[in-house]
Design a protein around this ligand. Structure first.
Ligand SMILES: Cc1cc2nc3c(=O)[nH]c(=O)nc-3n(C[C@H](O)[C@H](O)[C@H](O)COP(=O)(O)OP(=O)(O)OC[C@H]3O[C@@H](n4cnc5c(N)ncnc54)[C@H](O)[C@@H]3O)c2cc1C
Length: 490
């Protein structure tokens, strides 16, 4: 008889691991507390608008292609992908912006325009980034991070030197480029990893290869189309997905989980895979003496930021906005300090605006616009309606001034989302949005382990364990943990 696996959480990591485990012959059930799958990548519909609730940047298309390929499928069996051009826009000030072209030739021209001679340096930078991408994505991300010996292979050790694990992203970029705008452009992608460029190893310039060479893509219908595709595949493979089923505790009689208790009763299992926030499962669903980590351990982790989000329906077409727009018209260092060093509501926030209706008519009614605003914030801040409204006004005024148009008076739908919602909807530790930051001290074996030390049949997956935050890493995390389960129980 097939071994029974219970997976807690139907986000990218839970769905990915479910597909791999079902393919290997396990009897797989996903228990998900929310009424729709997708976790942080859920969607909702309101007044004719379809909002993606979390991720909006589709990077590393090879990871998605490889995922579906592992099941004899292709991305276009499930959704239509388009490459955005320009990839995104950066506003440095009211009349000062930069569109990042998809074409390499145009990108080099852009670099030359801002810093003569920099296109040659860009070539070198991207060549190194490509090497890191290939080693990082083919070797490192697939290592479970359970032992230092995984990295003891001479080829990997050699590459670690070339990967620049001990140089920071910030000093690496600043050694090559002098123009502040180009520096900001090259430092921006590491923000996806949840830490500042000063605290992120230069290995992660692989993100620049993903950004500038592999491009920014968009699944027509929205990012949730990826989730729908993965759910479709999971169901084809025989996975049972139980929505609206919150896990309240794990029953661990003798070093093995026997079952999980949910709002809807008890589910027995041979193997449990926690694909919800690691801290929630480890600290809240298991009794203290069976936990691997202490409260102090968790408190000392650098969490990736939380966010204040606004989902807005706008009753007219907007000008001067692309699909993705970064507003770097404020002091980047000051905002980063208020996220990581002295957690506080930012004095002058940077923000991001996504307008998917620029590319996709299906996400807003005719003649209207779907506008998503994101302000990165320190985790664990006091989150109140007053603060949300205060920051809405700040950001909206800047958005209107910089893009030279009235927007607020045309907002016909508005919903906000921040710490309180991250906690209540996803059981997110400190209300984090993107999990655990990828700092050097929290890389590979230094992350919370994807297998419990004390409970033999308990595994973890998702953005708080290896390889880290983001949609592609969460999908890979599901594959890596499925392979570990197979090694022990296959
Ligand atoms: C606002 C925002 C923007 C982002 N932007 C990008 C982007 O542009 N590109 C990118 O690549 N990444 C982005 N990310 C990061 C990316 O979305 C995440 O890294 C990824 O979705 C995490 O997937 P996961 O499966 O680890 O966790 P989750 O998506 O959180 O899934 C965990 C699931 O577990 C469920 N759960 C929790 N507790 C229980 C319980 N007790 N019982 C049952 N179920 C439970 C939750 O409801 C949830 O569905 C963004 C994230 C956010 C929040």
């Amino acid at each position: 008889m097939s071994k029974k696996v219970i997976i807690i959480g139907a986000g990218f990591a839970g769905l990915s691991s479910a597909c791999y485990l079902a393919k290997s012959g396990y009897d797989v059930t996903i228990l998900e507390k929310n009424d729709i799958p997708g976790g942080r990548a859920r969607k909702f519909e309101a007044e004719g608008f379809t909002f993606d609730m979390g991720p909006s940047w589709y990077w590393m298309p090879d990871v998605f292609e490889n995922f579906f390929k592992d099941f004899g499928k292709r991305v276009d069996d499930y959704y239509d992908l388009v490459r955005l051009d320009p990839s995104y826009r950066i506003y440095f000030d009211e009349n000062d912006m930069m569109d990042i072209p998809a074409s390499m030739k145009e990108l080099k021209n852009l670099f030359e325009f801002h810093e003569p001679g920099s296109s040659v340096k860009l070539e070198k930078f991207l060549k190194e980034a490509e090497y890191k991408y290939n080693v990082g994505m083919n070797e490192f991300v697939h290592k479970p991070g359970l032992s230092i010996f995984e990295f003891a292979d001479i080829r990997v050790l050699k590459s670690m030197f070339k990967l620049q694990m001990l140089t920071s992203m910030s000093s690496y970029v600043r050694k090559l480029f002098k123009n502040e705008k180009l520096i900001q452009l090259l430092e921006f992608p590491v923000l996806f990893l949840g830490a500042t460029p000063e605290n992120t190893p230069a290995m992660y310039s692989l993100m620049n290869y993903a950004d500038l060479a592999l491009g920014t893509w968009y699944p027509i219908g929205g990012m949730h189309k990826i989730i729908e595709g993965m759910v479709h595949l999971a169901l084809e493979l025989g996975v049972d997905i139980q929505l609206g089923t919150k896990v309240n505790s794990l029953i661990v009689p003798n070093g093995h989980v026997k079952s999980v208790l949910t709002d809807k009763g008890e589910f027995n299992a041979d193997i449990i895979l926690g694909a919800a926030d690691y801290n929630h499962i480890e600290q809240h669903l298991i009794e203290k003496k069976k936990q691997d980590y202490t409260e102090e351990y968790w408190d000392s982790r650098t969490m990736a930021p939380s966010s204040l989000l606004f989902y807005l329906g706008v009753s007219k077409k907007l000008k001067n906005l692309k699909h993705h727009n970064l507003f770097f018209d404020a002091d980047f260092k000051k905002h980063a300090e208020e996220i990581y060093d002295k957690p506080a509501w930012p004095s002058d926030p940077l923000f991001y605006a996504c307008v998917p209706s620029v590319t996709d008519d299906s996400v807003a009614p005719d003649g209207m616009e779907n506008l998503f605003l994101l302000i990165p914030l320190a985790p664990d801040l006091e989150d109140s309606e007053e603060m949300r409204e205060k920051y809405y006004q700040i950001v909206m005024e800047r958005l209107e001034a910089i893009t030279d148009q009235e927007i607020a008076s045309h907002v016909v739908y508005k919903r906000s989302f921040a710490h309180r919602d991250f906690k209540s909807d996803y059981n997110a530790f400190k209300g984090n949005a993107y999990g655990l930051a990828n700092t050097l001290k929290q890389t590979a074996i230094l992350k919370p382990r994807l297998r419990s030390k004390k409970i033999k049949n308990l595994f973890y997956s998702g953005q708080l364990t290896t390889p880290g935050p983001g949609v592609p890493p969460s999908i890979i995390s599901g594959k890596v943990v499925a392979s570990e389960i197979n090694k022990s129980f296959g």
